[in-house]
Design a protein around this ligand. Structure first.
Ligand SMILES: [Zn+2]
Length: 118
């Protein structure tokens, strides 16, 4: 009489094994401090940006609509990188801008900004 070794029957369930291999869904550590400088980031992605005024805001063509007058204002003071489109595209911070520009979710945008090639 042959017995089937118990081990062969108790392999990991496929779903459990896949879950263990899925990369962490956590955000990169200290990601807020590792975001690019708003000045460098926005000048790369909005080439039409002018010089920032005394208030720290610079104007350029909005990439989210067919802009002919510089409707986009971005803020270079601090690291948050606030932006607003006065033609109605909305406003947000640097991460929100990147999400919209690249069509990414929040986590993907943060990872792309912190770990991706710039
Ligand atoms: Zn706009």
């Amino acid at each position: 009489m042959t017995r089937v070794p118990h081990d062969t029957a108790t392999h990991l369930r496929p779903s459990r094994a896949v879950a263990l291999q899925t990369p962490s869904r956590r955000l990169p550590g200290r990601w807020r401090q590792r975001l690019p400088e708003p000045d460098a980031y926005y000048r790369q992605h909005v080439p039409s940006l002018g010089r920032a005024g005394d208030d720290g805001w610079a104007q350029g063509l909005c990439p989210f609509h067919d802009d002919r007058t510089p409707s986009l204002s971005v803020n270079f003071d601090g690291r948050r990188g606030g932006w607003i489109c006065f033609a109605g595209c909305g406003k947000g911070d640097l991460v929100a801008f990147h999400m919209r520009l690249k069509g990414l979710g929040f986590r993907e945008a943060v990872r792309d900004l912190v770990e991706g090639a710039r």
